[in-house]
Design a protein around this ligand. Structure first.
Ligand SMILES: NC(=O)c1ccc[n+]([C@@H]2O[C@H](COP(=O)([O-])OP(=O)(O)OC[C@H]3O[C@@H](n4cnc5c(N)ncnc54)[C@H](O)[C@@H]3O)[C@@H](O)[C@H]2O)c1
Length: 339
């Protein structure tokens, strides 16, 4: 592990979290408040929701606005010690439905936050990238220095990967040209409570179907594999990276390196939720537009991450499925009680 690894400071800090009303962002808000920090969130609630952070009441300053407009609501004499940028247009379905909006959001908002950080004291700034940046490299274990290989621009699915790659270039350029200490993380499949299935995310989609005793729709033969990491394990490592100066100016994978096939995932969901659902195989051509390419296997090499900080899992996949099911069930009880 890096010789300059340091533990996050225990003294209260001012933290700005973009996308803080979203899935991963809201868990980071929870954790930051638990650490005693003062938290400001900017989120336009396009895919996130104010209810994800409502339990904190006025302990969070919530600026409900698009990122660039929200940044204008922050006074210049309000310095931040840490900035986490998670706001983005996320999910295959959203990218396919609104490619222009997704490309603009994912590039322009990252530029806006980097410029804001440069102008406001250059605090450590976290940029959320994605394993999608690797494209389809022809290997199943992805390591940060691997080449990225994308499909043609006529297939808009790849625009998300390109936009996130531009974000990485921008972030690294801010380090090189302005000395901004950035940490760029390529998140792999992150799962857990508050994740929505409505944007094409597989685990909440499966859990919701299982709770409704409806068939779990597995695309293709189900032998494609992914590594799912609980969001609470993911956010736990972020402050450690921000506190580690050796990690600044670096791009690194964050996720689980425990593979599971999608078929096996569906089985686990049915078992853990005690559902009567069956598994239904659906052809890719029935699920996505022509030319859509899915990767067979996707697993992070975590060597670089672990060279900087300690990273272990507290949550098993079954824990995550159980907790996600509990939240979805509670939400549906509230909805049916309200009717
Ligand atoms: N969940 C995953 O598995 C995963 C994998 C790879 C990368 N990521 C990245 O992690 C970050 C968080 O993703 P998430 O899974 O929590 O998704 P999410 O959709 O829950 O969070 C994104 C948040 O950004 C907000 N947002 C979108 N556009 C905005 C704008 N213009 N201004 C202000 N707010 C805006 C949304 O309302 C939402 O709350 C994203 O950058 C995403 O690309 C996530």
């Amino acid at each position: 592990m890096s010789s300059t690894t340091s533990e996050p400071t225990s003294s209260p800090q001012r933290v700005l979290i973009t996308g803080g009303a979203g899935f991963i962002g809201s868990h980071l808000v929870d954790q930051s408040l638990r650490s005693g920090h003062e938290v400001v969130v900017i989120d336009n609630c396009s895919t996130g929701s104010a209810t994800n952070i409502a339990h904190h009441g006025d302990r969070v300053r919530f600026i409900e606005n698009s990122l660039s407009d929200g940044l204008n609501q922050i006074e210049s004499d309000e310095p931040f010690n840490l900035i986490y940028h998670l706001a983005a247009a996320v999910g295959v379905d959203l990218v396919l439905k609104d490619p222009i909006g997704s490309i603009r959001t994912n590039i322009q908002q990252t530029d806006a936050i980097l410029e804001f950080a440069r102008e406001h004291g250059r605090p450590p700034t976290f940029i959320a990238s994605s394993s999608e940046v690797y494209g389809k490299p022809g290997v199943s274990v992805f390591s940060e220095e691997d080449d990225s290989i994308y499909g043609p621009t006529s297939i808009s699915r790849w625009s998300y990967a390109h936009a996130k790659a531009i974000d990485e270039y921008l972030a690294l350029a801010y380090t090189a040209q302005h000395g901004l200490p950035v940490v760029v993380a390529r998140f792999f499949n992150t799962v857990g409570p508050r994740q929505l299935g409505s944007y094409g995310m597989v685990l909440p989609r499966f859990v919701q179907s299982a709770l409704n005793n409806q068939p779990l729709r597995v695309f293709g033969d189900g032998q494609q594999s992914r590594c799912f990491c609980d969001v609470r394990d993911v956010v736990a490592v972020l402050p450690k990276l921000m506190a580690c100066s050796d990690a600044h100016g670096k791009v690194m994978n964050i996720g689980s390196d425990r593979s599971v096939s999608i078929q096996e995932l569906a089985k686990r969901v049915i078992e853990v939720t005690g559902s009567e659902s069956t598994i239904e195989h659906v052809d890719y051509s029935d699920a996505y537009p022509a030319g859509f390419e899915d990767l067979r296997h996707r697993k992070p090499d975590l060597t670089r991450l672990r060279s900087f900080v300690e990273f272990d899992y507290k949550y098993t996949l079954d824990d995550t499925i159980r907790d996600l099911a509990e939240v979805l069930l509670a939400e549906s009880n509230v909805r049916s009680g309200a009717m």
